[in-house]
Design a protein around this ligand. Structure first.
Ligand code: AGP
Length: 367
């Protein structure tokens, strides 16, 4: 039963370990090999409707917002239309301009987050079309949106979200390929992405198999009062989510920075006391990311590099976690998983109440 904790010490642990199975279930019946696309019938949008959108705007709060940033990258990469994500909690207060040819996407695990729900209503009041990427079936956001895609992650009990976020990222990948295939994404590239999505469940299992090694690193990092998480472009939302998860349950200060911005200020903070978790995917920005890691090492900052096989880091010292490679556009989905385990084991080392961290609620239904 999904509401039983089973042999796990915490729901968060159980939910991380459910991911291969729940993602496999989510993908079932939604990947269309014949047309090299994703079938998202719940959107209630015909190909010609999908094609008419000139922009995508994603709204969510907290981790859902960070995954929305991953989704915006996937949409820009695969569909080549402008896309961005914004915190729904900010959007609603700034009298946003609603455009008729923008597809608005509200993303939420609970479907009850007040700020996101308000953003949905504001968009609709001004004539915009908003679809949902929601986990809880029949929730307020799911009901009020103009169509949407259920995430099918099953119940998530731990306050620190894990599997629902992975499902959001996979949902955005499917939306991106669907938007791409009614535009300029070729059949071959559509097939490349669809095939990569099919690999994701087994690749998540391979990361979960490294839990022991990640726990060892987490024990060392847990003692630090403060951490940096750095990434660049597609890796930056991964860093943001990694820092968020770490903060929520370890109560340690963790801050995400664009690796490209380090020299514009934060480098001043680097010392032996401040570990950095660096997201270093094997993609076209690899050498730049390796360069940033070396800048940190040169200032004696302890490093944990989250990277792919066959990446040559030179003489860089420090810890390393190697994640299976997906297609460049989808790497963020997998790079996020070891950061869940890292936060979990740091919090475990510190003896915190992992499933119910202080001051936080699972779903923020008040303003
Ligand atoms: C995630 O670990 C957090 N607890 C939090 O940021 C959460 O993602 C956010 O409050 C949004 O919740 P929702 O997905 O239910 O809308």
């Amino acid at each position: 039963d999904e509401l039983e904790i089973g042999g796990h010490q915490h729901f968060m642990h159980k939910e991380m370990h459910e991911q291969p199975e729940t993602v496999r279930r989510m993908l079932t019946g939604r990947l269309d090999d014949r047309f090299a696309t994703a079938r998202l019938d719940g959107l209630e949008l015909e190909p010609r409707d999908l094609r008419a959108f000139r922009r995508v705007k994603i709204l969510g709060c907290g981790s859902a917002y960070y995954v929305g940033e991953m989704g915006a990258s996937m949409i820009e990469d695969l569909a080549r239309i402008p896309a961005d994500a914004e915190a729904a909690s900010e959007f609603r207060y700034r009298n946003p301009i609603i455009e008729p040819d923008t597809l608005y996407v509200a993303v939420s695990q609970s479907g009850e987050t007040a700020d996101t729900l308000f953003a949905v209503r504001e968009i609709q009041r001004k004539g915009g079309r908003v679809v949902g990427l929601v986990n809880v079936v029949g929730s307020s956001i799911a009901r009020e949106c103009d169509g949407g895609v259920y995430l099918h992650a099953g119940p998530e009990v731990a306050v620190a979200s894990t599997k629902a976020l992975t499902h959001m990222a996979v949902g955005f990948a499917m939306l991106a390929v669907a938007l791409g295939r009614v535009r300029d994404l070729s059949y071959a590239d559509g097939t490349r992405i669809i095939n990569a999505l099919k690999e994701i469940p087994d690749q998540i299992s391979a990361i979960l198999d490294q839990e022991g090694a990640i726990a060892d690193v987490a024990k060392k990092i847990a003692a630090a009062p403060s951490l940096f998480f750095i990434g660049r472009v597609r890796g930056f939302p991964v860093a943001r989510e990694g820092a968020q998860k770490f903060k929520e349950i370890s109560y340690r200060h963790a801050e995400a920075y664009q690796a490209s911005e380090l020299k514009h200020g934060p480098l001043a903070l680097i010392s032996e006391e401040l570990p950095t978790v660096a997201i270093v995917p094997r993609d076209d920005l690899l050498q730049r990311n390796i360069g940033a890691a070396h800048e940190i090492a040169a200032r004696r900052g302890p490093l944990l590099v989250v990277t792919h096989e066959d990446v040559d880091l030179g003489d860089l010292e420090g810890e390393r976690i190697v994640v299976p490679k997906s297609e460049d556009e989808l790497d963020a989905i997998l790079l996020t998983i070891p950061l869940q385990l890292l936060a979990y084991h740091a919090a475990l080392t510190l003896g915190h109440d992992i499933d119910r961290p202080r001051n936080l609620a699972k779903s923020v239904t008040v303003e």
